[in-house]
Design a protein around this ligand. Structure first.
Ligand code: NAD
Length: 293
């Protein structure tokens, strides 16, 4: 607290619920480590108070904010401009305030790609099977296509996110160099067949997280092959049921969502401060004791 003074620059997190978030701990430790005079605070703000929250960014001359559920889409008309990826994904998780001009970014997709890169994995030119088309699945699909993933097979149930899945496929095919196809998750034979030729399977549905921690969309290890990557966006628990199935199939690269969570934060950190977040320091500080949780 000694470092808070009259010059401290404020960053906010606007979401509801938000008290469980690890972002304040992550960013404040990174600011302290680098000796940056910033402070990051969580504000419980839902859609009803979002306009007032965004106006406060200007009024208080905050440097910016993270935006999470349920505000990621609702914030779009309240901002002055959007990054190309945020425009395509139709969602914002980071706001930067440049002297009153508010720009919206989405760093979940770049966080996903960077998490792979940190493990020495390059999926450009390759084929991805992706389940989910929500707040995580959408930016992952868009960023992967923007970064050069050649083929993306998107599977979703015909639930409330089906239309978004359709939209994601259309955007990728019309506005990126990638090719996407839309599949019904209910068609298990199709799902199995697409996985057989996938270089990476990413699950962005949250199945495997509470209250579905005993569930996975792929139960049979024979649907996977050793040379692929299996990526679960879930990071609590650290080893999900999906990851256990992938390990039983001797899949070489099995990752949880921790790297993505750290890297989406690191990109936002850079947008606000111009500095690289000390990602390894933060990983050790927050998660070293829990790797196998
Ligand atoms: P969301 O509600 O916006 O979207 C969920 C998606 O999963 C939808 O496409 C929905 O159709 C599908 N789905 C939901 N339940 C399903 C089920 N039982 N079977 C099949 N499909 C199902 O959620 P979100 O914000 O996209 O979050 C999804 C997951 O990603 C959560 O576990 C979240 O914690 C995680 N996440 C991780 C990071 C990270 O940095 N690692 C970032 C964002 C989200």
């Amino acid at each position: 607290m000694e470092r808070i003074d009259g010059h401290t620059i404020l960053i906010g997190l606007m979401a509801h619920p938000i008290r469980h978030s690890m972002s304040p701990t992550m960013h404040n430790n990174a600011f302290a480590k680098l000796g940056l005079n910033f402070a990051y605070l969580a504000f419980e703000i839902d859609c009803d108070r979002l306009a007032a929250g965004v106006e406060a960014i200007r009024t208080l001359d905050m440097r910016g904010a993270n935006i999470s559920m349920p505000n990621k889409q609702k914030i779009l008309p309240l901002l002055d401009q959007l990054s190309p990826a945020a425009k395509l994904a139709g969602a914002v998780n980071t706001v930067v305030n440049d002297h009153g001009v508010l720009t919206g970014y989405t760093t979940d997709g770049t966080g996903f790609m960077k998490a792979l890169e940190d493990e020495g994995l390059d999926i450009r030119g390759k084929k991805m099977v992706l389940t989910g088309a929500g707040g995580a699945g959408t930016p992952i699909a868009i960023q992967a296509a923007l970064d050069g993933v050649a083929e993306i097979a998107i599977f979703n149930n015909q639930d409330s996110h089906w239309e978004q899945a359709k939209k994601n496929v259309a955007i990728i095919n019309e506005q990126t160099n990638g090719h996407a196809s839309l599949h019904r998750l209910e068609d298990q034979a199709d799902f199995k067949q697409e996985l057989a030729t996938a270089d990476i399977y990413c699950d962005a549905t949250g199945v495997g997280m509470k209250p579905l921690e005993d569930k996975t969309l792929v139960e049979d290890p024979s649907w996977f092959h050793q040379d692929m990557i299996v990526f679960d966006t879930v990071y609590a628990p650290r080893t999900t049921k999906l990851m256990k199935v992938a390990k039983a199939a001797n899949v070489k690269h099995v990752l949880n969502g921790l790297g993505m969570m750290l890297e989406q934060g690191a990109e936002a950190f850079k947008l606000w401060t111009g500095k690289e977040m000390p990602v390894e320091y933060i990983r050790q500080l927050l998660f070293a004791d829990e790797e196998e949780r």
